[in-house]
Design a protein around this ligand. Structure first.
Ligand code: ATP
Ligand code: ZN
Length: 288
């Protein structure tokens, strides 16, 4: 267990999760020297040490408490089946684990998988899935280039990660079953001491402030005073909208915060009620 008053985070050394993991830390105000030593780095402005690992090793490091927290895909986490706690879904690294068969296959339902040989690097997840669906199929575990297995006669089907589907298409395959939808998650060791838990809390506070800010926009507009009550009733605001008089008589400036889900409807209603000069500004952090 890491007993210093510092938190140790494991992130992918290079690959699809690397850039976004660094970005998430940066958005939380944590800057890392990613320069010379690519195994370990110190944050400049947060008591944090970063370990750069293969994504496959992250669940084990976090389970054992060698790293206190980590960023890893749910797919890897489930495959490795380690005892760690998911603390946050991070909204990137989105993909699905799917079964695909050669394009020309006459596939109608899941029972068509019976008796097939399926190549995968996700043996644990696939075998659980087949068991649950009561499908008797053969799993052929390989370590990479899964998508070419059917064309070289190694397997009848594959189970692999898909995002756009273009790799499947290029290899003459079609997706027939989605086993799992996955994204990057922040995981936490179950062996954390008090000071590490406090640091995780601090990090979560910052993560949530960033998350909220992304879902909201700051909106400024000019409103004729005689329409002010109606316009204020349309706008939610954190408490209530800010209203300031304009230099031009009979007009006010109204400021508020609007959630992305209702954004376009609110803008339309504001325009209908005489709002002018509507400005929409991104929010960097939002603390309620
Ligand atoms: P490492 O060298 O760390 O073992 P890797 O080759 O296993 O890297 P990457 O291809 O970099 O892994 O993918 C890392 C993670 O990115 C995946 O485990 C998954 O969670 C996510 N991901 C998102 N989209 C895709 C995709 N289309 N294909 C593969 N992984 C994806
Ligand atoms: Zn990997």
């Amino acid at each position: 267990m890491n007993s210093e008053k510092k938190i140790r985070i494991a992130i992918q050394k290079s690959g699809r999760l690397y850039e976004d993991s660094i970005r998430v830390l940066k958005e939380c105000g944590i800057d890392i020297n990613t320069g010379i030593n690519k195994l370990k780095a110190e944050a400049y402005n947060f008591p944090m040490e970063v370990l750069f690992l293969r994504d496959d090793d992250i669940p084990q490091y976090v389970q054992d408490g060698v790293a206190d927290i980590g960023i890893v895909g749910e797919n890897v986490l489930l495959e490795k089946n380690k005892d760690v706690k998911i603390v946050e879904h991070l909204g990137f690294g989105k993909c699905r684990l799917s079964i695909a068969v050669p394009k020309g296959t006459n596939y109608k339902s899941i029972s068509d998988l019976k008796g097939l040989k399926i190549a995968t690097t996700y043996k644990t997840i696939l075998s659980k899935f087949l068991k649950k669906e009561k499908i008797d199929a053969e799993i052929h575990e390989i370590s990479g280039s899964v998508e070419i297995a059917p064309s070289i006669g190694l397997a009848d089907a594959i189970c692999d990660l898909v995002s756009s589907g273009s790799t499947l298409f290029m290899n003459g395959l079609k997706e027939v079953e989605v086993i799992l939808r996955s994204e990057a998650v922040l995981v936490q060791s179950k062996t954390l001491g008090k000071s590490q838990l406090q640091l995780v809390e601090k990090l979560m506070f910052r993560l949530n402030a960033v998350k909220k800010s992304k879902k909201n926009k700051y909106i400024l507009l000019n409103a004729p005073n005689k329409k002010l009550n109606k316009i204020i009733s349309i706008l939610p605001g954190m408490k209530s909208p800010t209203v300031l008089p304009l230099a031009e008589k009979g007009w006010s400036s109204v400021h508020s915060v609007v959630h992305e889900d209702e954004f376009w409807e609110i803008i339309a209603a504001l325009k209908e009620n005489g709002a002018q000069g509507i400005l929409v500004v991104p929010i960097e952090k939002m603390i309620i």
